[in-house]
Design a protein around this ligand. Sequence first.
Ligand code: HEM
Length: 505
Amino acid sequence: MAAMMASITSELLFFLPFILLALLTFYTTTVAKCHGWRRTKKKRPNLPPGAPGWPLVGETFGYLRPHPATSVGTFMEQHVARYGKIYRSSLFGERTVVSADAGLNRYILQNEGRLFECSYPSSIGGILGKWSMLVLVGDKHREMRAISLNFLSSVRLRAVLLPEVERHTLLVLSSWPPSSSSSSSSSLGGAFSAQHEAKKFTFNLMAKNIMSMDPGEEETERLRREYITFMKGVVSAPLNFPGTAYWKALKSRAAILGVIETKMEERVQKMSRENSSEEEDDLLGWALKQSNLSKEQILDLLLSLLFAGHETSSMALALAIFFLEECPKAAQELREEHLKIARRQRSRGDSKLSWEDYKEMVFTQCVINETLRLGNVVRFLHRKVIRDVHYNGYDIPRGWKILPVLAAVHLDAALYDDPNSFNPWRWKSNAPCAAQTGSFMPYGGGPRLCAGSELAKLEIAIFLHHLVLNFRWELAEPDQAFVYPFVDFPKGLPIRVQRITQEGE
Ligand code: HEM
């Protein structure tokens, strides 16, 4: 409850600047847009139904009210029941259309750059940097995206990232159960935070692959500590004065960039000394050798990939651990799939997983899909309407914000039977169709489709492989993922584990 109250307070603070902004723009912008529409169309736009809510703040607080991650929350439920899946509101100080409609969500993402444009709150740009991929649009975005896609290509995934993911998985699992001193819930006797362990795993993996930083080293640990402060600022009010989370995060941003910059200078010196074939095969090397990016651009690119690649997949992994604990039948079927893979691997005399082993993890992919559908790591996306749009009889004016709410589609009872229950078996036949209709878009879509989706699936699958083969686990005390609007386990998902043999005994 305390965490929830703290979160509500920080959300209230977060919106102060938006409120001020809204004061200036609320009437002028709206009236101007509607007049603009009238001038060109000579009739009033047929806006989606909805209400602007309170003056200035609109319905922002209701929209962001914390709720369990496996539900859409009361605000969404009530609005969809009253207005339908497409409604208008006033959020974040702007006139907004909210979409819980699979077709419109897909339409928005497919028409990026033509009718809609990525538009995150300015605080995100302030902290991730103006060259961050989440902020960039147009050619600059395409350039940065191309570098990220090269770095995350299927060739690198097979040859470099698969063995790296397995190595980092084993490194984390070999320390389980952690000593009570490293446990975040030591009073619970051997319990530790699964969310914390998942974060450690994805952070170390990204730090290694972005800048060849090794886990456990002083420099990596310092970066991780700074990164935790930095993350608190990403999700807090953008109030830049001493003592605030945002202010501390900007300081951490500077410290993190300092570490990256040092790495960059060392690398440039090394490259000028040595044969380039001996260079580390990481993103920093790619960006230096294969692009014309400036130093500032490389720094923001590395930082935003560290952010994008770390937070999301660690939360997805924590959610999978949570859902599997609640569903022993799924955990057992998963264990059987991985026992078969492990036996085949042993009969080959291999000690490491191969790409073919990974491709055999069919039920595992059902578990991952279901985890993302039900847990909704990324709940909604921020977009702006850049041309007047007519969709299903509604007019959506240029200049408005539009929020495709992926979670509302994933939890829609018209699309998924019993949508609030964890049922990985539903994916045995459903997956391709759901992706095409827009009813399953955990990684977004269109030209901004998540660049790391294949890596995320690989990370979760390989971690689950070693987890189910070597451990059984249970919650040490009740916990549940909440939306703040970022997804988080308030208690860090405390678990207790028991080692098992490869035959599952
Ligand atoms: C389960 C894990 C993940 C989920 C659910 C997820 C989800 C998403 C979503 C929904 C977007 C689209 C944002 C938008 O359109 O506004 C996105 C973008 C992105 N993601 Fe992921 N992501 C995950 C893991 C990763 C990983 C592991 C990486 C990289 C190592 C990564 C890198 C990126 C990048 C670079 C973008 C920006 C793409 C662009 O703008 O072109 N993501 N992700």
